[in-house]
Every structure is written in structure tokens, then in C-alpha cells.
Ligand binder design. Sequence first.
Ligand code: CTP
Length: 415
Amino acid sequence: MAAVTLLKGRRVVLGVTGSIAVYKSVDLASKLTQAGALVDVVMTEAARQFITPLTFQAVTGRPVYTDLWAADSTGGLPTHIAHVGLGEGADLLLIAPATAHTLAKLAHGLADDLLTVTALAVRCPVLVAPAMDGGMYAHPAVQANLKLLIERGIELIPPEHGRFASGLEGVGRLPETPALMGAVRQVLGQRFGGLAGRRVVVTAGGTQEPLDPVRYITNRSSGKQGYAIAQAAQDAGAHVTLITTAALSSPFGVEVVPVGSADEMLRAVLTYSRGADALVMAAAVADFRAKDVSQHKIKKKDDSDGLTLELVRNPDILAEVARVREADPAAGPRVVVGFAAESQDLLDNAQKKLERKRLDLIVANDISASDAGFAVETNRVVLLSPDSGREELPLMGKSEVAELLVNRLAGLLGG
Ligand code: CTP
């Protein structure tokens, strides 16, 4: 995983309760720590039936808290007093896995162990990831407790459907680390991100222009840069809509709108960017499409060696957006960012596109370089804007480019 600025130095209290899914919390604690978070694990007695505190201590490099009454190893205070402080300093309390029993205690304010005491003391967001076997999750008592917790502002990471340790099947499995990390990032982003409360639309991938029911014309865009921007905007707390032709794994919490052709993308962009704070057009939109799309599969003809396709111009999505904004500024996105993928005269071409498409910012990249542009993990871009000129950036990971772009976006939106 790329460096996650959002998690650096954040204090995460990870509550671990007694479920076989605790093995996933170890991985989660490790990934949070690797991303720079300071993870304080609080284990219930039942959790310690499955795993020892030493495991968490090893992956977090920090003490693990277990006993409400034990003397604190650092200050000699009873732990429950020390951990009012632990709760107060926390940026997030995440309980994963959360058993039916712990959920019931949280719902009713019971505080008979260190975790439930901490849960009452924290002032930060609380995220719970229930995990339970045998259909317990569907029980009205569990559902009623969850409803109460959600009404009170606690955020839920819903369990997944699958096979339980008991061999039964149903809803109740703790999601895997990427989904848990995604939920953590979403909650922290909404609290600390520069785009908190903003609505951002991102497009990604090369459009697919159909020729017949089985074939289409497309380009080499992988969609990676667009997905990285969607993830970075999500981390910055925005509500993100990703209009995409690519089938990459979507960032947690992002609203994904799959499209194929430029025409479909245009309709989706006009719908979702209406009144949005920003539109980032990272998609590689085909300039041409087939004049006629064959209803049936095009067949080879015995009397001909070739096939002639007639192409017509596709709409320019950014030009359409500019038209909407000009007619009624409230109907368009407030800030529009375009991309210019060029193989020659990078800056000249990008400058012309910035003006012609009436953009607030353009990201220019030289696709002739082997370490930048399509399908690779890195990019070397120049940012051009009408007022602040040029910003040439060194070779960076696509997620770093995305983070930087999102920071500029927050600046343009006054965040
Ligand atoms: N774009 C668009 N609609 C199109 C083509 C491109 O909205 N029909 C957007 C792209 O998403 C990108 C920007 O315009 O943000 C520039 O795309 P690019 O393909 O580099 O430019 P073109 O407009 O196609 O110009 P040219 O053919 O001269 O390169």
C-alpha cells in the first residue's frame, strides 16, 4: 500500500473482542501501523482465549491493554484512570471484531471491562465491525442493539456473507483488511480531510466504442490514475462518485458508476456533476466512434480482404460541461480538472487544452516516457492553471500524484 498520509501519526484505539475473527485484527493492526498510525490495542478477556496480547504488541510495537484493574506499566496508575486519557487522545475507536455481547454492552452503556469503559470515555468517532457465527447477526436482539448504536452515531462496518468457522453459512463474517482499512480511512477522512463535506466526481479508464455486439474500439488507459484520485479524494473526506470503464477494485465507500462509451460517460458526467464541488476528468475519452454499430456480429466476407470502418466524432465531455457551467454556474461542477496525455509538445498542447476546455487546472503528462502515463504505477506530470502558472512535479507514484492533486483541489475550493 502506498504511504497513507491520512493515517500518519493518528491514534487508533483498536478494541478486540472474543471471536475467531481476531486473526484478521492482527493483520489490520499491522497494516494500520505500517501506514503510520499509533495503534493501542484493548483486548477483552474473551479475545485472550483466542490470541495473546504479545501478538498485537509485536505488530504494533506498543503496549496492549487488557485489564481494567491492573497497574499501568508506564505511570503506575490504575489502568482505567490511565485509559480515560487513552480514550481522550484517540482519533478513532475501532472495535473489530465486535461480538454480540460487546455490542449489547455498548448499546446499553455497560462498562465492566477496559474496552467498554474506554468506549464510554472516547470523544472520537467509534467504528464497529461485528463478527458472529451461526446466524446470530440476524437475531432481533443484535439488530436492535445495532440500530440503537447507529442512531447514536456509531458507524458500522457490515459483516459479510460466507462460511463460518462452525461450517454454517450466512451473514456474520468480519470483512478482510482492505475493507476494514477503507472504513477507517473514510471515517478519518471525513474528520480531518481537506475535502470533508465536498462532492467530487472522477472519471477513469478508456472509453469503449462498440462496433458490434462483441467488439469495441478502446485505448491503452488502465484507469489507475483515476482510481488513485478517487481514493485520495475519499481519504480527504469527500463523497466521491467514480464514473469508470475500468474494472479495478473500487476504493471503499466510493460510489461507482460503470459506463462504456463516451456517450454513456457524457450522460453520467452531466447527471452526477450537477451541483458537485469538483469534476476530475482523468478518463481517456475516445475522440471517435463507429458511425453505425452493427446489430449482429460483423462477419468476414469471402469477396473482400479488409473492412472499412466509418468513424464519427464523439462529443467532447469537458466542452459540454463548460457549456452547462456557462449557461448556469450552479448547474455545473464548481471546479473542473482535465488531463492532457501528450506524446509531443506537452506544455503547448496542455496550455491550449486548459484554455479551450475552460479548465481550472490541467494535469499534463508525457505518455512517450516508459515510466509515466498508461498502465504503469508511476507518473511524471506538470500542473497548469490559469492563474498560478506551471508546477512541474518529479516522477511519483500515481497515488502520490493523486494526493497532491487533491490538495490543490482543496485549495481551489477554499478548503
Ligand atoms: N476529453 C473529454 N471528451 C473528449 C475527449 C477528451 O472530455 N471527447 C477530456 C479528457 O478526459 C481529458 C481532456 O479532455 O481530461 C483532454 O483529453 P485529450 O484526449 O488529451 O484531448 P483531446 O480533447 O482528445 O484533444 P487532442 O485530440 O487534440 O489530443
